[in-house]
Write a protein that binds this ligand. Structure first.
Ligand SMILES: *Cc1c(COP(=O)(O)O)cnc(C)c1O
Length: 276
């Protein structure tokens, strides 16, 4: 609503969140699907080097890390000069980011940063404007929030307090370079095992694999269910894949220590030996 001046925007549809954003945008203007990976259950990131972006588009939207499907944009789309808007909810602060490449970065804090109920927006200064889609509520204008130092309404103090603690934790460990190193190390343990296992398979094209969400399957729905049940009994929680894709998904966000991933892989090896 803040950016839709020509009432036209482009969307790269790489999963459920992107699809929801695309459908929602249609209520306010013309939303154009620039590319999609729906043809292969969103298991890859489409080629975004030459998207059909037209001059009248207000922005180009991506969902940078696809939480449910486990894909991640490793290179940003060529937006042909248009403003890039990125939902980073499930990869926020997982690695360093060049903010100058984006118009807007936004994300719910609940995956990597803090308690549910808050969104962080990083917006390019020149995009903060009074010129918004007519009918945009005052409260939803970035200008209102910016002019009031994000205190136009009473903010969620507890969430901000906890996020502050997480920022300090990140700084003390060596910042996002160090966080990235740890996340890569964690993900590698799991992906390496998936690549060598005869029972478990990753579902995502290798070059598009997420550092945060790792979906995998055995290829047999009953065996998947047995795995999830036995893993839970062994203290490994939340491994069931999203209901729309089935199988398993390990979400290894910033807060998950390396020991947690090692415990998962140990359990997978044991399960594979017992059920081969
Ligand atoms: C989790 C998530 C959201 C927001 O979902 P909630 O229902 O608020 O948890 C939006 N976009 C992405 C990419 C997400 O991962």
């Amino acid at each position: 609503m803040n950016l839709m001046k020509n009432k036209k925007a482009g969307y790269v549809v790489t999963g459920q969140w992107a699809k929801k954003a695309y459908q929602e945008a249609k209520m306010y203007g013309e939303a154009v699907e620039l590319a999609s990976s729906a043809d292969e259950t969103f298991s890859y990131i489409p080629d975004c080097s030459d998207l059909p972006i037209t001059d009248d588009m207000d922005y180009v939207y991506i969902c940078e890390n696809n939480t449910i499907y486990g894909t991640k944009f490793k290179t940003l789309p060529d937006t042909k000069g248009k403003v890039l808007v990125s939902d980073v909810s499930s990869c926020f602060l997982s690695e360093p980011v060049d903010v100058s490449k984006y118009g807007i970065i936004y994300g719910g804090v609940q995956k990597n940063v803090g308690p549910a109920g808050m969104v962080i927006v990083i917006i390019r200064e020149d995009l903060i404007s009074d010129e918004v889609l007519p009918g945009t509520p005052t409260m939803l204008k970035y200008k209102t929030q910016a002019d009031n130092d994000s205190l136009y309404n009473t903010p969620p103090c507890y969430n901000i307090y906890i996020c502050g603690k997480v920022f300090k934790w990140l700084k003390n460990m060596g910042g996002l370079e160090e966080m990235k190193k740890r996340n890569e190390e964690k993900a590698k343990i799991l992906y390496d095992f998936l690549d060598e296992s005869k029972m478990f398979k990753g579902t995502v094209r290798k070059e598009d694999r997420s550092l945060m969400n790792v979906p995998f399957v055995t290829g047999d729905a009953d065996l998947d269910a047995k795995f999830v049940k036995e893993a839970k009994a062994a203290g490994l929680e939340n491994l069931k894949g999203h209901r729309s894709v089935g199988g398993m998904r390990a979400s290894i966000y910033n807060a998950m220590p390396k020991e947690g991933v090692i415990a998962l892989v140990d359990f997978m090896k044991k399960f594979e030996a017992e059920n081969a």
